[in-house]
Design a binder for this molecule. Structure first.
Ligand code: ZN
Length: 239
């Protein structure tokens, strides 16, 4: 059997057999990786809490026919500060869930990995709030190739007269191109979304409470439309 070392961020884990768990990681080199951690459901597991969601780890695995088995784990970054605050835990949960929905197995995913790492780091350093998650989701859409257009018409490219937003059409629409189902957005919201889409997650612009909630709604609907999947933890965050 071959032994391999890799790194990744734990997305989630689930019970496997009597005492084991399957740990799902996002690796920059291999995309989504499913690995078996043996004996972790026993109280004296040698892995301790190192395989908790959001933890950035180095792993050594035995390659198996179907699943690799974890033999060593060391923590690169536990992101322990974000775990102290429920709102930030929920935000991190949304980030890993969205990443889990788009990551492919056996496919390198450097941009996706870096985005998730930046998102968790921002939360760990005290960032939070809806805007950070909104910015994360808009960037995620860009990484998977469906970047929404906010400053130009998604159909013809004009920067003028952007009065509607089309989820199916990929972003803002001018009055000539707007399609059925394109919605009118509150004044200023398109510009607000554009600023979040290009924001540095570590230095978020000042939040506007009048636009923040709707911006999150647009980003969520956009990502869900293009991923065709409802993100469960977003419903919690919204409530
Ligand atoms: Zn147009």
């Amino acid at each position: 059997m071959a032994i391999r070392s890799d790194q990744g961020i734990v997305l989630r884990s689930y019970p496997f057999g009597e005492a084991d768990r399957v740990v799902v990681l996002l690796s920059p080199n291999r995309g989504k990786m499913r690995t078996v951690a043996k004996g972790v459901r026993k109280t004296k597991s040698r892995f301790g809490g190192r395989l908790e969601p959001f933890t950035h780890i180095d792993v050594v695995v035995y390659e198996g026919r179907e699943l690799d088995t974890v033999t060593q784990v060391s923590v690169i970054d536990p992101f322990s500060h974000l775990r102290l605050d429920l709102e930030r835990v929920l935000a991190a949960g949304t980030m890993v869930e969205a990443v889990d929905a788009v990551a492919q197995e056996a496919e390198s995913s450097h941009r996706l990995f870096l985005l998730l790492h930046r998102g968790l780091k921002a939360l760990d350093q005290g960032g939070g709030g809806q805007d950070l998650v909104t910015a994360f989701l808009l960037k995620l859409a860009g990484v998977v190739g469906v970047e929404p257009s906010f400053t130009r018409c998604a159909a013809c490219g004009t920067p003028d007269g952007l009065e509607r937003f089309s989820f199916s059409g990929g972003g803002a629409m001018c009055r000539n191109c707007r399609n059925e189902g394109a919605v009118r957005l509150r004044p200023g919201l398109t510009g607000y979304l554009a600023s979040l889409a290009t924001a540095d997650l570590a230095f978020m612009p000042t939040t506007d409470p009048a636009l923040s909630g709707e911006a999150m709604g647009v980003a969520r609907r956009f990502v869900e439309f293009h991923l065709d999947r409802r993100l469960a933890s977003l419903a919690v965050l919204d409530g």
